[in-house]
Design a protein around this ligand. Structure first.
Ligand code: F3S
Ligand code: F3S
Length: 109
């Protein structure tokens, strides 16, 4: 069960989480970050370091942030604006760098 970044990250983007993740699977959009559910090993190291409590395991995501479960996945499986292929599982966010765009759901929040 992967971890999920919910709406509290929006326009905060503290990024402490990215320093903790042992598999570097937290990727940067324009207004928030997203956890790659295919790469997350469910270690939970990111959860306590987020100052706005944006991160939770998918089965514990608060009701109002539940749309972010599918949306974190969509960031990697859908073709984002300005790109010609989905990100997929690129194997490390530091390698990829800031993606710089968000999912349509987040863009329209
Ligand atoms: Fe966002 Fe919290 Fe990480 S604000 S960037 S989820 S530390
Ligand atoms: Fe990384 Fe957090 Fe998953 S630290 S492995 S994104 S639980």
């Amino acid at each position: 069960m992967p971890y999920v970044i919910g709406g509290n990250c929006l326009d905060v983007m503290d990024k402490s989480c990215t320093e903790e993740c042992p598999v570097d699977c937290i990727y940067e959009g324009e207004r928030k970050l997203y956890i790659n559910p295919k790469e997350c090993i469910d270690c939970g190291a990111c959860e306590p370091v987020c100052p706005v409590e944006a991160i939770s395991q998918d089965r514990r995501v608060p009701e109002e942030h539940k749309p972010h479960i599918a949306d974190n996945r969509a960031f990697f499986t859908e073709v984002l604006e300005g790109r010609d292929a989905p990100l997929g599982a690129p194997g490390g966010s530091h390698k990829v760098g800031p993606v710089g765009v968000d999912t349509p759901m987040v863009r329209d929040l």
